[in-house]
Design a binder for this molecule. Structure first.
Ligand code: EPZ
Length: 422
């Protein structure tokens, strides 16, 4: 397995291009199943998760071609041969469950493996099932697979979700586009990736309003046609790289960045003493002066502080002045980066869903292990400001969500290289 060697070496300067959003692309790709006409995505990120979704769609019989070095994905699901999403693929990537709604809507049946747990939590699918059953689906769990049927087609309904689940919102909205009648989805998730999905579905002929608010209304239509759609900028990659100058000093411009994608995160950085300025090319980020100040963080559904930036923010708080309390309210086990940061000299106490970080002058490089996608990059950020060398192992986690991370950070002066595994 490869590892990444990073050496702390002072302020950063330059520009980092931000890619298309992984979590938008992973819901836009299954949308191809809703139509027999081609769907083409541009500005797609080059990530292993995208390759996994490609393999899943191809296993269903869809044609998926990766063009222009992976930045364009051309898909057609005119002739599907299967409606079963196999455990072998779904267990690797939970987002595979996003084929459930589209398959059910277009073909009236789907068999999708439950993803099983993952490092950050149990991640059940009860909210997906409740929403699709509200649309008239009959769903049984057998031998680890959800067997979903809608023999007479789905019917529009009013449904309020118990929690604003991102994936459940995406599955229900995609299914509702072809249901008979009107669906009103209440307590819907408001993430920018859902807004992006709706904009793409609308280009395909869907009748949807309210995206980005807690209530989304969908008028079912008989069929959807093909489209071409540009994937929205990745707000999590954006937020991650905004932390690089915050932790190391210097000034970095994140190309394609928009404050509207990271509002609550940018407010926290401002409170910590980090300047975030919108330019015509993106976001310019610089530490105002010296050490950043500690701030408290509570992760919430959008527009609250994103859980996917919690690990990275913890890395910044490790060398902040004062004490920071980070409360993780979305996932039950998302502090696995904490013991690795402690190995680097951080002062962190974890009790249940709360981590208390008391800032230290500086961290010390050490061998550490990536445990999940966002934890892996928080260790790299910490290593960039630590004294000495840090080796981050198990970087396959990183490849799931960050394209060309070494090239992007080297480009602004970081001392970082990828070591091929034996
Ligand atoms: C999406 O996951 C993202 N993944 C996650 O990003 C992100 O952390 C999460 O939303 C929250 O923002 C993709 O978009 C591919 P949820 P998702 O359904 O849809 C519980 C990353 O690092 N829940 O909003 O799975 C669940 O267990 C990844 O890029 C139920 O209880 O998130 C979790 O505790 C990690 N029942 C909480 O809700 C359900 O039926 C949030 O889950 C569904 C979810």
């Amino acid at each position: 397995m490869d590892s990444i060697l990073v050496t702390g070496n002072g302020p950063l300067n330059g520009q980092i291009p931000i890619a298309g959003a992984k979590n938008a692309c992973l819901t836009l790709m299954p949308a191809t199943l809703l139509s027999e006409e081609p769907l083409t995505l541009t500005n797609a990120p080059r990530l292993s998760d995208i390759k996994t979704m490609t393999a899943l769609l191809q296993s269903l019989g869809a044609e998926v071609s990766s063009l222009q070095d992976g930045q364009v994905i051309a898909m057609s699901s005119h002739d599907l041969t299967s409606q079963t999403a196999d455990y072998e693929i779904v267990r690797k990537m939970r987002a595979s469950n996003l084929v459930l709604g589209p398959l059910l809507a277009r073909f009236g049946e789907a068999v999708v493996s439950l993803p099983g747990g993952c490092a950050i939590g149990a991640r059940p699918m009860d909210l997906h099932v409740e929403g699709l059953e509200a649309l008239g689906a009959e769903i049984e769990l057998e031998d680890g697979y959800l067997h979903a049927k809608a023999p007479g087609g789905l019917k529009g309904a009013v449904h309020e979700m118990r929690f604003a689940s991102v994936g459940a919102t995406e599955n229900i909205v995609m299914a509702a586009t072809l249901a008979k009648g009107t669906t009103v989805l209440k307590n819907a998730a408001r993430e920018p990736e859902i807004v992006d999905l709706v904009e793409c579905l609308r280009k395909m002929g869907a009748q949807i309003s309210g995206e980005g608010t807690s209530t989304i209304e969908i008028q079912g239509v008989d069929r959807l046609h093909g489209a071409t759609h540009q994937v929205v900028t990745d707000r999590i990659e954006l937020g991650t790289y905004m932390l690089a100058p915050a932790i190391c000093g210097g000034e970095v411009e994140l190309l394609g960045g928009r404050v509207s994608l990271v509002e609550s995160f940018a407010e926290k950085l401002d409170a910590a003493g980090v300047d975030v300025v919108q330019t015509k090319n993106g976001l310019k980020v610089a530490r105002k002066n010296g050490r950043v100040r500690s701030v408290d963080v509570v992760t919430e559904p959008f527009p609250g502080f994103p859980t996917d930036l919690q690990a990275q923010m913890m890395a910044l708080m490790c060398t902040a002045e004062g004490t920071s309390v980070l409360e993780e309210r979305i996932f039950e086990n998302r502090f696995m980066h904490a013991p690795e940061l402690v190995r680097m000299g951080a002062n962190i106490e974890v009790h249940g869903g709360t981590a208390t970080v008391t800032g230290v002058e500086s961290l010390k490089g050490a061998p550490v292990m990536a445990t999940d996608l966002r934890a892996s990059v928080s260790l790299i950020l910490a290593g960039m400001a630590a004294e000495g060398e840090t080796t981050v192992s198990r970087v396959y986690h990183l490849d799931r969500g960050y394209e060309h991370v070494v090239r992007k950070l080297e480009g602004v002066g970081a001392k970082i290289e990828r070591i091929k595994g034996q």
